[in-house]
Structures are given as C-alpha cells and as structure tokens.
Design a protein around this ligand. Structure first.
Ligand SMILES: [Zn+2]
Length: 139
C-alpha cells in the first residue's frame, strides 16, 4: 500500500506545514491547521491522482461520445458473448472458476488464437511449470 502523504493547511490563510502546529505562523491564529491528504491543486481541492493520469473534469453523460470499442473476436462465440462481443483492446479480463474447470485450457486456446492473429501473447502461470503448460498446449 502506498504511503499517504499528508500536510497541514491553515483554514484561515492557507499556510502549509508538514507537521501540525497549534499556532499558524502565517496568520498567528490558533488551531487553524487541518490535516489534508496531499493532492494536486490548491487549497481545498482534494483531487486524487490515480495512475499518474491527470484527473478529468466532470462531464454530462449526454455529451460523452459513445463510440464502438475495437474488439478482438475469437472463434469461441460464448467467450466473445460474455465479453460483450470480444476482447476490448487494452482491457484486463479476470477469468474465475472452480479448480479443474478448464480455465488454463481455455486461456491457452485463446492465447493460441491471438498468436495466430499475430498479436503478442505473454502467458504467465503461477501454478504450472513451463513443461506442464507446454503439455497442456499441445495436448
Ligand atoms: Zn494561517
């Protein structure tokens, strides 16, 4: 977990300090410093910066363009269907299910199809050795 950066900001004059003080050196008022999570922007602007991307401005939902996302389809219609029509580029899909239900086999088949489409595939397994994965792939 990332360490939270906090600062103390005077609610009267905006003076900022790394540690709490009873008396503000900026305006000499008492008990005006309030702990705030360090964030981009000015006083009272609690904009959290997630993933290093600049925060977006509020938008009306009716003004947002709904363009069709480009998707990669597989020959497995059911798989395409549960993903809403195929794999969305840049998306992350979490496949869950009981042990032995066929998650690894399914994902190897999908990896194979993506590789056939000349798309880069990186198959990472924390459960099976490379040999087991190979056996499953050719089996
Ligand atoms: Zn002050």
């Amino acid at each position: 977990m990332a360490k939270r950066k906090t600062k103390y900001v005077c609610q009267e004059c905006g003076y900022e300090s790394a540690k709490w003080m009873g008396k503000c050196p900026g305006c000499n008022n008492w008990n005006t410093l309030v702990e705030e999570v360090a964030a981009t922007g000015g006083r009272g602007n609690h904009t959290f910066n997630v993933g290093g991307k600049p925060a977006g401005k509020p938008e009306s939902i009716t003004s947002i363009e709904s363009q069709k996302e480009p998707r990669i389809t597989t020959t497995m219609q059911e798989f395409n269907r549960v993903l809403g029509g195929g794999i969305v580029l840049g998306s992350l899909v979490l496949i869950g299910g009981d042990p032995g239900i066929g998650k690894s086999t399914l994902l190897l088949q999908i990896s194979s199809q993506l590789a056939e489409k000349q798309l880069p595939v990186l198959y990472i397994s924390g459960e099976e050795s490379t040999r087991q994965t190979k056996l499953r792939a050719i089996g």
